[in-house]
Design a protein around this ligand. Structure first.
Ligand SMILES: [Zn+2]
Length: 59
């Protein structure tokens, strides 16, 4: 019998759902949180926008 392991923590996956996903429910939540954070970081202002602010406004 083939034993599937979690991609993140290498623990044995018990449910068929976890095996389908490739990771346990807790690791899946962490993975989704990381994805959301990565998306958020991609939408933060760029360095060009910071440099573009006139010095008079910074003072
Ligand atoms: Zn895991």
């Amino acid at each position: 019998m083939l034993m599937k392991l979690c991609k993140r923590c290498n623990r044995k996956l018990k449910s068929q759902k976890s095996i389908d996903v490739g990771m346990g429910p807790i690791c899946k939540k962490k993975y989704e949180a990381e994805l959301a954070e990565a998306k958020f970081n991609n939408h933060q202002i760029t360095i060009d926008e910071v440099i573009g602010v006139p010095l008079e406004e910074v003072r």
